[in-house]
Design a protein around this ligand. Structure first.
Ligand code: MLT
Ligand code: MN
Ligand code: ZN
Length: 297
């Protein structure tokens, strides 16, 4: 299996267009909103989430270039972890493509139809298949298993009463090579069963939105109210209950798993390779892959 990390930032990307904080003006390498592409054979590619940056991400990725016929594309479809705008708006940009397939949990398919008319808009240009995923699904030659993560609703669907899960994680396996990619960019907590779900993975790419628990509070980022970050439902990296401690506790059962962070927020010191936090995370053998990283699994 080949994977290309098309984007590794949280909603808004890095730097964020409406933010002039020290981090955003630091000149650290930009990151697009998180999204990746996977393929078993290097010919048929599937997106995992579809960021609003998708057009630029596709044009920057030779594997996704149009062809060989004048209107062909190697992109066959997309798999969604949740219905957040940073993970779904890119589908609107693909509306010119005929016959794409979109796999997502039922609640996510509901959100992009009944809470925000994305499906109606896209289907007006060419009917796609919208396919619910529950526990397992084959996507091309890849085998995908699903772990329910949370019932966090996107803000635009805050009042929906549809049953979850609203957020899931995926374990994508290439049966031909045994390579396994785990993708979980939205973790409000360490979900039950996640240690087992990630065990034996070649690469586990998880929610790295916030480094510290109070990162969005007034103390570190003026103008953003306390409590916003908690409400956003992202587990911090640092601290006793953070994901770094959870990863380290999951060892030694996880020998061989390469952990990595994605969905980095513009407030997160890990976006800047010059910070001590960035250096420290690397010392734990945890990856902080930049946009454009290729994985061969
Ligand atoms: C999130 O990751 O919490 C969401 O993408 C927030 C948002 O941008 O609406
Ligand atoms: Mn997000
Ligand atoms: Zn900023």
């Amino acid at each position: 299996m080949r994977a290309v990390l098309l984007g590794t930032a949280a909603g808004g990307g890095f730097p964020q267009w409406n933010c002039a904080c020290a981090r955003c003006v630091s000149g650290a390498p930009p990151r697009a909103q998180d999204c990746l592409a996977v393929s078993a054979d290097g010919q048929a590619w599937y997106l995992v989430n579809a960021a609003p940056d998708l057009r630029a991400q596709i044009l920057a990725t030779p594997e996704l270039a149009a062809g060989p016929g004048p209107r062909d594309t190697p992109i066959r479809g997309a798999l969604l972890t949740d219905a957040e705008l940073d993970h779904t708006l890119g589908l609107l940009l693909l509306r010119g493509a005929a016959g794409l397939r979109v796999w997502a949990p039922k609640a996510v398919l509901h959100a992009v139809r009944d809470e925000f008319p994305l499906r109606e808009i896209v289907d007006a240009y060419g009917a796609w298949d919208w396919l619910p995923v529950e526990s397992e699904v084959d996507i091309g030659d890849l085998r995908v298993s699903v772990l329910p993560v949370s019932d966090k609703h996107p803000k635009y669907a805050a009042t929906s009463t549809v049953d979850g899960p609203w957020v899931v994680a995926y374990r994508i396996e290439d049966p031909a090579t045994g390579g396994v990619l785990v993708y979980a960019p939205c973790l409000a907590d360490w979900p039950p069963g996640f240690d087992e779900f990630a065990s034996g993975a070649s690469y586990a790419l998880i929610d790295g939105t916030f480094y510290a628990a109070a990162e969005m509070s007034g103390a570190t980022r003026s103008g953003v109210a306390d409590g916003v970050q908690h409400a956003m439902g992202h587990l911090p990296i640092a601290g006793d209950h953070g994901s770094l401690a959870r990863i380290r506790r999951a060892l030694p059962g996880h020998r061989g798993v390469r952990w990595a962070y994605t969905h980095l927020n513009n407030t997160n010191p890990l976006v800047d390779p010059a910070t001590p936090e960035h250096a420290e995370v690397l010392t734990f053998n945890i990856d902080l892959p930049p946009d454009g990283t290729r994985l061969d699994l």
